[in-house]
Ligand binder design. Structure first.
Ligand code: ATP
Ligand code: MG
Length: 357
C-alpha cells in the first residue's frame, strides 16, 4: 500500500464501482485498464475484485491459488486488516484479489446486520492512501455488489451498445435508486456509461448511443445522476489485444501499449480525471487517435515488427503501425507473487520451428 507522506492532509479518493448486472460487457477489462492508466499517470490506485470469478485478479497476474488472504477474509474475518490482503501489482497500483471461495460469502454473511458495510469499514482507515478506488462488481446483485455500492460514491456502467441496452440501463438505474432509497448509500450517483467492444459503424450501435446521449441530456438534475454524468468518450473499440492481455496476466499497457485498446483506455482515464479535476492537463505523448476523430475504424494492429519501445515517442510511429512485444513487467507483484508470462501462440510456433530446425 502507498504510504501517505507525514503531515500530508488526508485525501478522499474517488471510489467508483463498475457495475452492470449483465455479464461479459467489459466491467473487468475496464476496471483493470482504467486503473492501470490512472496509475501510470501518477494516481494512487486500488482495484478491488468483488467477483468470485476472480477475473480481475487473474488479469493482473494474481493466481487465485497462490494469493494469500483475499476479499473473502476481509469480509468474513474481523481481525484481518486491509494491509494483510492488499497486493502491490504495479507502481501506484494495488489490488485486493479474490478467488472462487468468495461466492460463499453471500451465504455466510446473510444474517449479519452489518454485512453490507464490511468492505467500507475495512477501507475507512486507509482512504487517504489512494486517489482512486475501483470496484469490479460481479454480474449479479447480491451481498458482494451491495458491499461495493455501499462503499462507492459513483457508478460507471460498462456496456455494449446493443439491442436491449437501454432496457438494461434503466433496470440498473432502478437498482442504484433502490440502494439510495434503502439507505445502503444515500449519496451514490451514476457518473457515466463506458461503451465497450464498440463497433461504431453499425447503425444499431449509433442509434443506441444516440438514445443514451439523449437520456443523459433529458435527465440532467435527476438525483441518481451526478452533474457530470454522460456517455463517456472515447468509446472503447473492439480490439483483440484487450481480449488477449488477461491470459498473460498483463494490463493492456504491459501487453500492447500503443494498440487501439490502450489508446482508448488511456484517453478515457484522462477524461475521468478531468471530470473532477479541471486543472488536469493530459500528457500530449499519449496520442489520441480515438473513435471520435478516426474517420475509419483503426485496423487491428499487425503482429509483425518493427516494434517501438514502450517509451518511444508516439509521434515516431503511428499507434496502428506497430507495437512492442508483450513482456512481463518486472514490477509485477514485486516481492509478493511472481508471474510467469505465458507464450503467445505465434511465439510457441516460432520456438517449435526453431527447435525442430
Ligand atoms: P463478467 O460479467 O463475466 O464479469 P465483464 O463484464 O467483466 O464479464 P469482461 O470480462 O471485461 O466483461 O469482458 C468480457 C470478454 O470480452 C473478455 O473475454 C474480454 O477480454 C473481452 N473484451 C472486453 N473488452 C473488449 C474489447 N474492447 N475488445 C475485445 N474484447 C474485449
Ligand atoms: Mg468481470
Amino acid at each position: 500500500m502507498s504510504q501517505p507522506t507525514q503531515d500530508a492532509p488526508a485525501r478522499h479518493p474517488r471510489v467508483i464501482a463498475l457495475l452492470n448486472q449483465k455479464g461479459g460487457v467489459g466491467k473487468t477489462t475496464s476496471t483493470v485498464n482504467i486503473g492501470a492508466a490512472l496509475a501510470e499517470m501518477g494516481k494512487r490506485v486500488c482495484l478491488i475484485d468483488m467477483d468470485p470469478q476472480g477475473h480481475l485478479s487473474l488479469h493482473l497476474g494474481l493466481d487465485g491459488e497462490s494469493v494469500g488472504d483475499t476479499v473473502y477474509e476481509l469480509l468474513l474475518e474481523p481481525d484481518v486488516p486491509l494491509q494483510q490482503v492488499v497486493v502491490k501489482v504495479r507502481p501506484n497500483l494495488d489490488c485486493v484479489p479474490s478467488r472462487v471461495d468468495l461466492a460463499a460469502a453471500e451465504i455466510e454473511l446473510a444474517n449479519d446486520a452489518d454485512r453490507l458495510r464490511r468492505l467500507g469499514d475495512k477501507f475507512a482507515p486507509h482512504m487517504g492512501e489512494y486517489d482512486y478506488i475501483l470496484l469490479d462488481c460481479p454480474p449479479s446483485l447480491g451481498t458482494l455488489t451491495l458491499n461495493a455500492l455501499s462503499m462507492a460514491q459513483e457508478v460507471y456502467v460498462p456496456m455494449q451498445a446493443h439491442f436491449l441496452a437501454m432496457q438494461g440501463f434503466s433496470k440498473l438505474l432502478e437498482t442504484v435508486g433502490e440502494v439510495c432509497r434503502n439507505g445502503v448509500n444515500i449519496d451514490l450517483k451514476v457518473s457515466g456509461v463506458i461503451l465497450c467492444m464498440h463497433e461504431k459503424h453499425s447503425t444499431l450501435v449509433r442509434e443506441v448511443v444516440g438514445e443514451l446521449d439523449g437520456f443523459f441530456e433529458e435527465n440532467r438534475g435527476n438525483p441518481i445522476l451526478s452533474p457530470h454524468a454522460r456517455v463517456l468518450r472515447p468509446a472503447i473499440r473492439k480490439n483483440i489485444k484487450l481480449a488477449e492481455a488477461p491470459s498473460f496476466g498483463q494490463t493492456i499497457f504491459d501487453y500492447a501499449p500503443w494498440c487501439p485498446g490502450a489508446l482508448d483506455y488511456r484517453t478515457l482515464a484522462e477524461r475521468i480525471i478531468a471530470q473532477n479535476d479541471p486543472d488536469f492537463v493530459p500528457d500530449p505523448a499519449s496520442s489520441k487517435p480515438s473513435t471520435e476523430v478516426a474517420p475509419v475504424p483503426a485496423p487491428e494492429v499487425p503482429e509483425a515488427p518493427p516494434r517501438p519501445k514502450k517509451t518511444a515517442p508516439v509521434s515516431d510511429a503511428p499507434p496502428e503501425a506497430a507495437e512492442p512485444e508483450p513482456q512481463a513487467d518486472p514490477s509485477v507483484a514485486a516481492g509478493t507473487i511472481s508471474v510467469e508470462p505465458r507464450m503467445r501462440p505465434d511465439e510457441v510456433a516460432a520456438s517449435e520451428s526453431k527447435n525442430s530446425g
